[in-house]
Design a protein around this ligand. Sequence first.
Ligand SMILES: *Cc1c(COP(=O)(O)O)cnc(C)c1O
Length: 539
Amino acid sequence: MEIAIAPEMRCYSGGLGVLAGDYLRAAADLALPMVFVTLANREGYVLQEIDAQGNQIDRPHPWEPGDHAVPLDTVVTVPVAGRDVAVRAWMHVSEGVTGARVATLLLDTDLPQNSAEDRALTGRLYGGDARYRLRQEAVLGIGAARLLSAIGLAIGHWHLNEGHAALLPLELVRAGSDIDTVRRACVFTTHTPVAAGRDRFAFGLMEAELPRDYRAAYDRVLPDAEDLDMTLLAMRLSGYANAVSKRHRDVASDLYPGEDIAYVTNGVHPGYWAAPAMQALFDAQASGWREDSDALAAIAMTDPARVAQAHEAARANLIESVRTRTGRQLDPQRPILCYARRMTGYKRPTLMFEDLDRLRTIARRHPFTLLIAGKAHPNDGGGKDAIRAIHDFARQCDDMPSVVFLPGYGLELAHLLVGGADVWLNLPVPPLEASGTSGMKAAINGGLNLSTPDGWWLEGVREGANGWTIGDGDTDPDRHGALLLDMLAKTVLPAWYEDREGWNGMMRDAIATIGPAFSAQRAMREYARDAYRFDGLRG
Ligand SMILES: *Cc1c(COP(=O)(O)O)cnc(C)c1O
């Protein structure tokens, strides 16, 4: 549904798309014979502005695919509400580290032969109502199957990245493939245990929007279903299904009893996310890391002072950017803690502020800076309330700690933050964060994670050696707020102020332990081997 290729190509919203972009970059590095397919999302996701009261103002954030991709001649149609909607694709080509090229096709209905309503179908990412979403997913799933077939690409495996693409295998069944053949060809990745992230549509809507033979095909796959359940559909029509961390595999297996679910823990692309000075250090100390991220393990031998020096450059860049963006001059002596993620309830963006008096007392003893960024989905009232509350808390803190909200979280701001953060905060209610990836990006830049026990962190943490965990698996989530402040007061801030050499050693070890294990290349190798059963992997 989304992919983050470059900041100016606004066909992405957040974690799901950024991950897809990192997998695209890794697929190109590994010269995997893949093609990525998404929607053009011409209106983008949300251009976030914050008014004087701390309210998020949502605006569309349009972009022009023609500025970044070339149009293909092939046009196919997708049935929507009794009409045939014409779909074409824009092709963008990414180049890997050894020059291999991988294409992304951006599906687009903005064609003169379509009605105004249909031209807008590949407009707003995650916008509109259930009807609009189902139509978008018809363009994505049915459109991808028909377009790749019309182009004449022989597809060995279809990888459905989240349930949004589940109409693709249904289209294959409807067109006459038997269910076992489709299952052998399809791979499905589920990305969240949160219900809002999993599409379900009423049968009435399905019947109004899609021809009768789709419902008939669906009934053959899921005879007892109560609605069009995109996750279950994708899972039933995929011979290989995976979750995105070990913990998430257990959670997903409980959610879908009887399904066989593997896991491929997410990873990020180090060459894309490491700040320039850090890349220069890797070039000097971990040669070959761009071709093979496993080489980053060699950073374990680097002098921690050199890591600190490289990190300092990214940190100075972040401080300067905060100044130009907001007019706020941060004190460079204070550690920079960052909280940047989609603003939504289970990620607990206001957990830090549960006991404001204590927070201020801690900051007076050990001053620190807290940078916060993140967009709320336009319909997520709770997320918008959190943004407003953060602005109120920031005023009440009166610089102890310094709290700055940076609007417009996207690829660009993410690069600045993960590059310069000293501590990366991750505060979800376990087990709702299937994996998370931003903490991996911070870690390859020497940032230390401070996280509740969830998602990838359970696999990545070496407690006190590359970051810290707030409580353990048995801790009542209601206690996380108090424990977070305990950790800051007793462990994290004293480590910064009283043992900088130890801190620098942790930065180095965060890179050496997390860089190789949580890289997108490692993840793509696992997908190639276990899911696509591709035997042409180099190395
Ligand atoms: C990495 C990234 C995300 C996902 O981060 P999480 O840790 O999964 O919350 C979201 N948005 C942007 C812009 C990112 O770079």
